[in-house]
Design a protein around this ligand. Structure first.
Ligand code: HEM
Length: 509
């Protein structure tokens, strides 16, 4: 082989030299470019005074790799422990754990020259594919305001009262199914799955007037199963784009993404058709958008967003709360006692009566702190002219965010941040502050014009479900579900693993 190469070299010395020079020159230029970028990012970049580990200050790649591997939020939290309340997690990207940053980044702002009165979402995270259809989540300010106004009525208190029978129908189905399944505490049930089936059935009924029937079939609807699988894929695409390979993201999306989207859209389109064919106007989540039936594509994508935003998050919080209760017997005892002494029958549990459960609310708040359904990913871009965030001047075009996982576990904000203590939320904010807990550091639903439109619905739904479950069952965590949170990956949302429990029905309620 070597002899062959030598012979070939002898035959073509000039060509070899030429290409060797080209190769060497290209390598030298690349090395120079990389060295110059590193020097610039470390010594001359407008963010060079912000702390962070060397590799994050010089390159976006470490962030991208952590994100694709489902570790980014955990890693950022550890960086905050080491570097303090503001960390440079990539050359032009800052993460904050000072609670003032909530207001400085996510609240309304005084309008800039373009008229924008909010810090725009970073398109790298919300619209990483060209030609993507806009939704309430990624639309620019003007379109967002229109969509939000159209949806507002469906989320009002009066609409929620109208939606109560639909909610109770599915929650009662969950209870009945679990009674059949439980075999008096002898069989393990995966509550993460049961909660998911319930919230998907309930949300699809509230949006399309038609359930996915997951609880009836005791299985995932194909649409739900497919969408759950795309979570990791989506994180991978974000990571690729963030790492500088946007062209590749575009290509992959064209090749495979469109195909998957087509199948998914098939299901949604047929549900939309039947929803829009309903004669009478329904006081449901979708009624506001249904009036825009001329924009078929937009309706479909927005319906999908509502469905996902409303189901996955709520099921996550329900699973987390159940886990914390089953691993904290004294809290479980208090919650169960409160629920079972407040009602003399299961049928007394409704929207109004659960709002009187004064211990269940702090339990939910503490669960949202310890195990937030969204851990990170609410990235905004600083507008022209820069901004003041938590006392720091931050130049235009910087990516900025508050990551729920980091701020909720910062020792600057909480006494013993890794301990589950609902009592933190049982005193008013002033007393809590004196004790070392800054209650407004946790904002699981975010704040400002782009905060969660479904916050009240979610809290009501979760209180109803937990009250019904802990009224009807005694539960025990199965041996294979210990260290449930520590064993999970996270891609801004959780890749939940089974939460196995045994259930024993309580009396014949
Ligand atoms: C525990 C449950 C929930 C949590 C923790 C949660 C959290 C959040 C957060 C943090 C945002 C802001 C995202 C961002 O700025 O990028 C958001 C937005 C949103 N959520 Fe929720 N959510 C929950 C339940 C729900 C429910 C039940 C619905 C309704 C079906 C819903 C619908 C939405 C929508 C439509 C948006 C976009 C709002 C806008 O951009 O104006 N969410 N949610």
């Amino acid at each position: 082989m070597t002899t062959l190469i030598a012979l070939w070299q002898l035959a073509q010395p000039d060509k070899i030299k030429f290409w060797a020079y080209v190769g060497l020159s290209l390598s030298a230029v690349s090395c120079l470019y990389i060295a110059a970028t590193i020097i610039y990012n470390i010594f001359f970049h407008p963010l060079c005074y912000f702390p962070g580990p060397f590799i994050h200050r010089v390159s976006r790649v470490p962030w991208a790799i952590r994100h694709a591997r489902g570790e980014q939020a955990f890693h950022t939290q550890r960086l905050h422990d080491r570097y303090g309340p503001v960390v440079r997690i990539a050359p032009n990207h800052l993460s904050f754990t000072d609670r003032q940053a909530w207001k400085d980044i996510y609240y309304h702002r005084i309008g800039n020259e373009s008229g924008a009165t909010e810090m725009a979402k970073s398109t790298e995270f919300t619209r990483n594919v060209k030609g993507q259809i806009t939704t309430i989540v990624n639309a620019d300010q003007e379109e967002h305001q229109r969509l939000r106004r159209a949806l507002a009525h469906g989320f009002s208190d009066s609409s929620m009262r109208q939606q109560e029978p639909i909610m109770l129908k599915h929650i009662d189905m969950l209870v009945n199914r679990l009674r059949q399944e439980s075999v008096n505490g002898l069989k393990k049930s995966n509550m993460a799955e049961w909660y998911n089936w319930t919230t998907f059935d309930l949300s699809s009924d509230l949006i399309f007037g038609e359930s996915f029937h997951c609880l009836e079939t005791v299985n995932y609807h194909p649409w739900v199963a497919t969408i759950m699988k795309t979570i990791k894929f989506h994180a991978f695409m974000i990571a690729l784009g963030y790492g500088g390979l946007r062209g590749l993201v575009q290509l992959i999306h064209k090749a495979g993404g469109f195909l998957a989207m087509k199948t998914m859209r098939g299901y949604i389109d047929s549900m939309l058709k039947s929803r829009l064919s309903m004669d009478q106007s329904r006081d449901d989540l979708f009624e506001g958008l249904a009036k825009r039936r001329h924009e078929w594509e937009k309706l479909g994508v927005n319906a999908t967003v509502l469905l996902l935003a409303g189901s996955e998050t709520t099921a996550t919080c329900l699973s987390g709360t159940t886990y914390f209760l089953l691993t904290h017997p004294e809290v479980l005892k208090k919650v169960t006692n409160e629920i079972r002494t407040s009602f003399s029958s299961d049928t007394e549990i409704n929207i109004q009566s659960v709002s009187r459960l004064t211990y269940l609310l702090p339990v939910l708040n503490e669960s949202l702190r310890m195990y937030p359904p969204l851990t990170s990913g609410m990235v905004r871009k600083v507008p022209t002219g820069g901004a003041r965030i938590a006392g720091h001047y931050v130049p235009a075009d910087t990516l900025v965010e508050v990551q729920h996982w980091s701020i909720n576990h910062s020792k600057d904000n909480w006494v013993d941040p890794w301990s589950f203590r609902p009592e933190r939320f049982m005193v008013d904010a002033k007393v809590a502050k004196e004790r070392g807990d800054l209650l407004d550091a946790v904002q699981a639903f975010s704040i400002g014009p782009r905060n969660c439109i479904g916050q009240n619905l979610a809290m009501t739904e979760m209180r109803l479900i937990l009250a019904k479950i802990f009224y009807n069952f005694d539960m025990k965590l199965a041996d294979d579900s210990h260290r449930w949170i520590e064993r999970q990956k996270n891609y801004n949302v959780w890749d939940r693993i089974p939460l196995n429990v045994t259930l024993t029905p309580v009396g014949n309620k």
